[in-house]
Design a protein. Sequence first.
Length: 244
Amino acid sequence: MRKCLVFLAAGLSGLAVPASAEVVQKNEAGFVIRVIGEVAAAPAVAWNTFVSPAKWWSNAHTFSGEAVNLTLDPSANGCFCEKLPVPKDAPVSPRPGSVMHMRVLYAEPYRALRMTGGLGPLQSEAVTGTITVTFKPVDMPNGKGTRILWEYVVGGYMRYKSDTISVAVDKVLAEQLASLVKLVGPLQAPAPEAASEGIVEAEIPSGENSVPAPDPTLDEAAAGESVKAALDKMFKKKEDAPPR
């Protein structure tokens, strides 16, 4: 319980977060969080760093107090887990504890990873939380790199007010992604003079940054598409040039 309270308190303490961190939807049934970061590295590098949370996850948002105890197996049914070391004053030869933070549902190396689980204080609530992480290569005026997107969708019964917990979780996730971006290396913003010459990045609609989740009431066919098809759309290959 103490760790859950730490997680919530830190989320409400006004942490500095990336400008792209946002609670995009919320109501009494749940909420949706979207956080985006850009790194100056290829998707493979970003992926390999992401699946090593012990290197970048915050110590403050673990049950053991040390991120070094975190592991992530990026394969279907793999575990985003934490080892709980044996306390120094524990009886002789007890078994160490463990925590499953999330379980992997979908893994496509260097492109997308989807996991399910309630993070932090949500673990004790009757909610379903699904996070989709995508790694998309980008080519912008400030260089080539990878856009990393996290979308965390939470729904179900919980004893927290959605308005409060969604903001807390948003800030905590933004802190973790900021740490990941810092470790890999951020994609620097263009120089001011470049912007004055009209070389600026156009605002990207939210649909291009996320695995499509169409409204079933508006588009039943699209709502029934498989995860693979949705990802293929987001990462569609360029068509071959016609023969001359």
